[in-house]
Structure formats: C-alpha cells, structure tokens
Design a binder for this molecule. Structure first.
Ligand code: VGL
Ligand code: ZN
Length: 209
C-alpha cells in the first residue's frame, strides 16, 4: 500500500499568497503527474488551517513583525504573516491542483495557542491530528512526501512520519517541494536524510514500475 502526502499546497504558500514560498506554484504540475493514474493507492493532503487569531501570527503580538523570532506560550516561535485563515481564499488548495486525485484532507494548526508544522501533531508533540492513526489503519507500507514548505511543514511531517509510523518507508520528493530559505532547505534535507528519509525526485518515482 503506497501513500503520497501532499503538504500545504495552498494559495497562501504560492505567489500572491500571504506567506508565499518562492516559486511554490511550480510544484503543482509535478504533483499532478505524481497523482495521475493510480500510481499511489492513497493520496492524502494537509491544509494549514488557522483561526484568525492564531498565536503564530505577528499581528497577535504588539511590537512584533513577520519573520522575526518571538515566543508563543513561553517557547521560541517564528512570527508569520497572517496566513491560511480558515475559510479564506489563502487557505484553499492552489486552483491548479487536481483535487479530484486527493482521497483524504488533514487540517492542522487549528489551536491558536500552538503552531503545527507537521501534518501529524502540534509542534510540542502532544496533540495529534489523527493522521498517523488514519495511515496506520489504512495499512500503508510506504509514504512519499512533498509540498510546501520544505524547511518547515514538509520537514516536520517527514520527521514525524519516521517517528510515528514504524516500519513505513518514508521518502521526500525534492523537485515536488519548495522551501522558504535556501540554507534552511539544505539543512532540512540533511536532517531528513539522517532520520532515514529517502531523498528522491519525481523522475525517480515516475520511472518505478
Ligand atoms: C508553514 C510556516 C507557517 C508551512 C505553515 O506550510 O511550511 N510554514 N505555517
Ligand atoms: Zn501556518
């Protein structure tokens, strides 16, 4: 049972979005090729889904500004522009994404008091989204991961997949992902690799069987 996890391919992380990742939308045609024709048995997509007063937003912290480090509940937290607010255009999937190929959507980041980069659990690793149970019940043997942004939500999801889905082969599809900061992307790939995540390209995946 092969599963593909698409992380946060939302307007907010594409050009024109509130937290645009450089060239984020370039992954959309690549992702559409990956989900075409039943290459995967199961395709899951996460959505960053914040309430308007989410504590990761700089707007909630007087004197702060986006992309500065701040604190949330006493812990270091990057301050973000308001993004992916529940029900907004920013939170919708990119219009070019073949949403008909998605079997299950996992929302995350709904608790205003903590951020949730990973599709599996909040950043303090306490509250689960339910995705690990869903995938375990589905009986997946492999999980390929791609999306936005490599240095935040994709990395966190891949590391949690390794930690929370024992026995599942996890891979990161590099060209079907984009990151915020090039130096952080390099470090993220090294960290994923060290944690046992395979690093592949869409060409590798498309050439399989
Ligand atoms: C993300 C920062 C804040 C992501 C989400 O999807 O990588 N990054 N919220
Ligand atoms: Zn977010």
């Amino acid at each position: 049972m092969k599963c593909l996890l698409l992380v946060d391919i939302q307007n907010g992380f594409c050009s024109g979005g509130n937290l645009a990742v450089p060239n984020g939308e370039d992954i959309v045609p690549i992702v559409n090729r990956l989900i075409a024709k039943g290459r995967y048995d199961l395709v899951v997509a996460s959505k960053d889904w914040h309430p308007a007063d989410h504590g990761s937003f700089a707007s909630q912290h007087p004197g702060s500004s986006p992309f500065k480090m701040g604190t949330l509940n006493g812990k270091p937290q990057m301050m973000w522009p308001d993004h992916c607010v529940q029900g907004s255009h920013d939170a919708e999937f990119h219009p070019g994404l073949n949403v008909g190929g998605i079997d299950h959507v996992q929302r995350k980041g709904e608790d205003p008091t903590i951020d949730s980069y990973s599709a599996f659990r909040d950043n303090d690793q306490s509250a689960l989204t339910g995705l690990s149970g869903y995938l375990a019940r589905a009986g997946i043997g492999s999980l390929d991961i791609c999306g936005l942004a490599t240095d935040y939500c994709v990395k966190a999801s891949a590391l949690d997949a390794r930690a929370m889905l024992p026995g599942v082969k996890v891979r990161f599809i590099s060209d079907a992902s984009r990151g915020i900061d090039p130096t952080d992307v390099k470090a993220a790939i090294a960290e994923m690799s060290a944690a046992g995540v395979g690093i592949v390209t869409s060409a590798d995946v498309l050439s399989e069987r």
